[in-house]
Design a protein around this ligand. Structure first.
Ligand code: ZN
Ligand code: ZN
Length: 245
């Protein structure tokens, strides 16, 4: 009884919101984690679109051109950043765990719809780590919540430990040149486990320039990984509307 009241109170302070557009859900919509409007047609990045440049691809991932400069094998993202911007913001900074679970469930849905091949060949999921100080301040690592839900829905194994952030870097988005971004992340990550022969799905929330995922991938290859694939909730800078004309 007491728990039920606590739940009700929490619902008043943090009402359930749509995991796509971030709007508060109407009472009748609360069985789902998205509103009726968004759920009618989940606005995933379309299958033939590169989440990095918006160009055409054969699969649901990076085009050949964008894949080249990176250490990882492939990368894909479920949504254009603008589409989930409000939900991501609420999730990260106001601690909406329920929103995170909804977003994670949508990521799983995207994998199931578009990436059966990745599901088959992944040995484990890893998340891009936060610095311990930042995680403590925020109270949680938001990407862990996404990964836990992806694991639950797809049956893949999520390994919480094994990749850590040694350096408390500044946000990549505040830096302007590729060189600054590279320097900021130089030696920022380390593997604390052996990944010999493992095929890893590396998960992050936003793909911007790819430098962070790339640095993580390099570290994982150095500790023996066979394949690293990147999967992000969203890709920033993608102008889908313009590209689809
Ligand atoms: Zn919505
Ligand atoms: Zn591309």
């Amino acid at each position: 009884m007491r728990n039920r009241m606590k739940e009700k109170l929490l619902e008043l302070i943090f009402p359930p919101r749509c995991a796509i557009c971030g709007e508060v859900l109407a009472l009748r919509e609360r069985k789902e984690f998205f509103c009726e409007k968004c759920g009618g047609h989940i606005p995933f990045i379309p299958k033939e679109t590169c989440p990095h440049c918006g160009g055409k691809t054969d699969t649901a991932g990076f085009c050949d051109f964008c894949r080249k400069p990176f250490a990882f094998e492939t990368a894909c993202a479920a949504f254009p950043y603008e589409t989930v911007r409000q939900a991501v913001h609420l999730f990260k900074y106001e601690g909406g765990k329920q929103l995170g679970e909804g977003l994670g469930a949508l990521m799983a849905e995207y994998l199931l719809q578009y990436h059966e091949e990745l599901l088959v060949k992944t040995d484990l999921i890893l998340s891009v780590p936060l610095h311990p100080k930042k995680e403590k301040r925020r109270g949680f690592n938001q990407t862990h919540i996404l990964c836990e839900k992806i694991a639950e829905k797809t049956g893949l194994m999520f390994q919480k430990e094994g990749l850590c952030r040694k350096k408390n870097t500044v946000a990549q988005s505040t830096l302007h040149t590729p060189e600054e971004r590279r320097q900021n992340l130089k030696d920022a990550f380390a593997a604390t486990k052996d990944f010999t022969d493992k095929r890893i799905l590396l998960v992050d929330d936003i793909f911007t320039t790819g430098t962070t995922c790339n640095e993580c991938a390099k570290v994982l290859y150095r500790s023996g990984a066979r394949e690293v694939h990147v999967f992000c909730l969203s890709a920033a800078g993608l102008q889908l509307e313009q590209k689809s004309i």
